[in-house]
Ligand binder design. Structure first.
Ligand code: AMP
Ligand code: MN
Ligand code: MN
Ligand code: MN
Length: 275
């Protein structure tokens, strides 16, 4: 088994990159990718530990984007970490994120939920500060009891403190990754839209700018869903990717390996990368 969708403290995961690698080895993974939101900051640390433990590690990332008011996440694999242009893009994305976080905190303050940027940065600890960290603080300070409720009432797309990111489209994200030389997959398609027609429309547009794969295996997909996404992959000549979307306790009850991703997925991606 492999797991190509994992988060660390570099974004909103609970554990450090080294620790995530160690857990992956304990859980019998043969290859993994670390795919933190909008940052490559954890990758070198992960690589060092993976080499020590003889685990195959793909440099990955999960870029956030907006599409018709919906969030679309784009995964990139086999990243070139030396690419200066790509680094500049990530720097800009981080700045936009910080501006957005300030706006979210301003909205929360109107509802007497007081969190400062300084507290938030401390809670995040790593390179990327996200709504996950805001939710953690809201729970720690006793404002709201559960994460699900926080996203439903406050931070989620229908919540009263929602602020869209709004400046990167899925097409931009795919282009950014293709320019880097990465292999690109569309993450957890089920959460973009339940409409297969709409999804296929998006996939056709993304194919034009270089989409390579679709995340077919995922911790919370049913077998029926896996089969449906395999069908789409065949129809649009896309490779398969998959993973758990592990965040430790920062997201549900998901363990590393929960995507049940077969090793062949790694081999196929590797083949494409080295073509
Ligand atoms: P951001 O990148 O700042 O937009 O924050 C998004 C992150 O919040 C996602 O990557 C998830 O880890 C987390 N998240 C989003 N929606 C939910 C939810 N309904 N329940 C728990 N975590 C969520
Ligand atoms: Mn996350
Ligand atoms: Mn995602
Ligand atoms: Mn993810």
């Amino acid at each position: 088994m492999i797991d190509l969708h994992l988060h660390t403290t570099a974004s909103d995961g609970e554990f450090t990159p080294s620790k995530v690698v160690e857990i992956a080895v304990d859980r019998g993974m043969k290859a993994i990718s670390i795919t933190d939101h909008d940052t490559v900051d954890g990758l070198l640390e992960a690589k060092k530990r993976a080499d020590e433990l003889n685990l195959k590690l793909i440099y990955g990332i999960e870029l956030s984007s907006d599409w018709q008011g919906k969030e679309v996440h784009i995964l990139g694999y086999f990243l070139d970490l030396e690419d200066e242009n790509f680094k500049k893009h990530l720097e800009n994305i981080k700045k936009d994120r910080n501006k957005r976080n300030e706006k979210i905190l301003e909205k929360l303050a109107k509802y007497r939920i007081d969190i400062s940027m300084k507290e938030l940065e401390e809670e995040a600890g790593g390179e990327i500060v996200s709504r996950t960290h805001i939710a953690n603080l809201m729970m720690n300070k006793g404002y709201v009891y559960s994460r699900a409720e926080i996203f439903r009432r406050y931070l989620g797309s229908s919540g009263i403190a929602y602020v869209p990111k709004g400046n990167v489209t899925p097409m931009d994200a795919v282009r950014m990754l293709k320019d880097n030389g990465a292999i690109v997959s569309i993450a957890h398609p089920k959460f973009i839209t339940e409409s297969i027609e709409k999804l296929e429309g998006l996939i056709r547009d993304l194919k034009e700018v270089g989409l390579d794969a679709i995340e077919t295996y995922y911790s919370t997909f049913s077998l029926k869903e896996v089969i449906a996404y395999k069908k789409i992959a065949t129809k649009y000549d896309l490779l398969l990717t998959g993973g758990s979307d592990y965040h430790g306790s920062n997201k549900g009850r998901i363990e590393i390996g929960d995507g049940n991703v077969p090793y062949e997925v790694y081999e196929e991606l590797f083949k494409l990368k080295n073509k």
